[in-house]
Design a protein around this ligand. Structure first.
Ligand SMILES: [Zn+2]
Length: 235
């Protein structure tokens, strides 16, 4: 048995049998893992308290090389209690964890995605007033997350013919096709103005505050389109 100790985020929990829980973790060192928590449904188990979402936990996992590992210990190392004070923050955090669950392959470390997610959760936890909207932070994190795992949208040149699009122009972007589609190649239903496109490029490069609240919904729709084609949806 290989014993793994790593930080992790809980991306899903499912009741299993009468007393157990199967938890899907995104771990810092081993990537996505599914673990059984024996007795996890009993609130008396100390482990169970650490399995609420949004917090960073440190886990000890017995890995037998099978699909399902066994979670032996879990303790909270970064509690993000501020998230649950805002419904918008809870929803944004939940969407980000779902994206990560779908986007990250099992047992493949994704250090950049780990950083993007934990940074987003920290920002949602520590939000000050209306200065940064959860939806705008989420849109920026989504664009970055796609880039982190190798699915960056191309927002600067046509995905079909490769022709660059001048930065000052609006452009049609097709999330499912991977980015910009120029007019000569048929264009795309969704059009980003030059400012939104520039903001999205900045967000992809890691500028988490690049997106203005008014740009968030359009960019989130785009991220959703892209996620839908790359994610291996395990509903
Ligand atoms: Zn083209």
């Amino acid at each position: 048995v290989n014993v793994i100790t790593t930080d992790a985020l809980v991306v899903r929990t499912v009741a299993y049998g009468e007393s157990d829980v199967i938890v899907t973790l995104l771990t810092e060192w081993t990537g996505k893992m599914s673990c059984i928590v024996r007795g996890g449904r009993k609130s008396t188990r100390r482990v169970a308290g650490a399995l609420e979402p949004f917090h960073t936990i440190r886990v000890r996992v017995d890995d037998k090389g099978r699909e399902l590992s066994t979670l032996r210990e879990a303790r909270l190392v970064n509690v993000r209690a501020g998230i649950v004070e805002s419904l918008e923050a809870v929803e944004a955090a939940g969407i980000a964890l779902r994206w990560a669950r779908h986007l990250c392959p099992p047992r493949t470390p994704e250090p950049a995605a780990w950083t993007t997610l934990t940074t987003l959760l920290d920002d949602l936890d520590a939000r000050e007033g209306d200065r940064s909207s959860p939806r705008a932070l989420l849109a920026a994190a989504g664009l970055r997350l796609l880039a982190d795992v190798g699915y960056a949208l191309d927002l600067e040149r046509c995905v079909s013919c490769g022709k660059p699009c001048p930065a000052e122009r609006a452009a049609g972007i097709d999330g499912a096709r991977g980015g910009l589609v120029c007019a000569a190649c048929g264009g795309a239903r969704r059009v980003l103005d030059s400012k939104a496109r520039a903001a999205a490029v900045q967000a992809q490069r890691g500028k988490k505050s690049a997106i203005a609240p008014a740009q968030a919904e359009g960019l989130l729709s785009l991220v959703d389109e892209a996620m839908a084609v790359h994610a291996d949806y395990e509903r």
